[in-house]
Design a protein around this ligand. Structure first.
Ligand code: SF4
Length: 103
């Protein structure tokens, strides 16, 4: 799955991603569930839930989420979708130091 992560072209996985990846619960999982286009079909919605279920068991969810927020990754990272991370970024910008947005 990690090979398919939408890293920015200039980003090198070895320098951008941390050691936390070694403990990723998504290692070896089906890659198709992690990257849905924004205009995906309704019948593919289950993939988001399947990915989030794996993330819910992941010991490195927090660094994964922070990485995805910082590097504006696409797909499911840290148990969140692109849209959810966008809301987190907006919340942090608008209300710095005032707690995290629950997603
Ligand atoms: S939080 Fe989810 S996407 Fe991130 S490493 Fe864990 S299982 Fe993979």
């Amino acid at each position: 799955m990690l090979e398919r992560r939408g890293l920015r072209p200039e980003a090198k996985p070895s320098t951008v991603l941390g050691d936390w990846l070694d403990d990723a619960a998504c290692k070896g999982s089906e890659s198709e569930i992690w990257f849905l286009e924004a205009n995906h079909k309704a019948e593919d919605e289950w993939k988001i839930f399947a990915a989030k279920e794996i993330c819910a068991t992941c010991p490195v969810r927090e660094p994964c989420l922070e990485h995805a927020i910082e590097y504006r990754e696409w797909g499911i990272w840290g148990g969140t979708t692109d849209q959810e991370r966008k809301r987190i970024r907006m919340h942090r910008r608008r209300y710095p130091g005032q707690g995290e947005l629950a997603v």
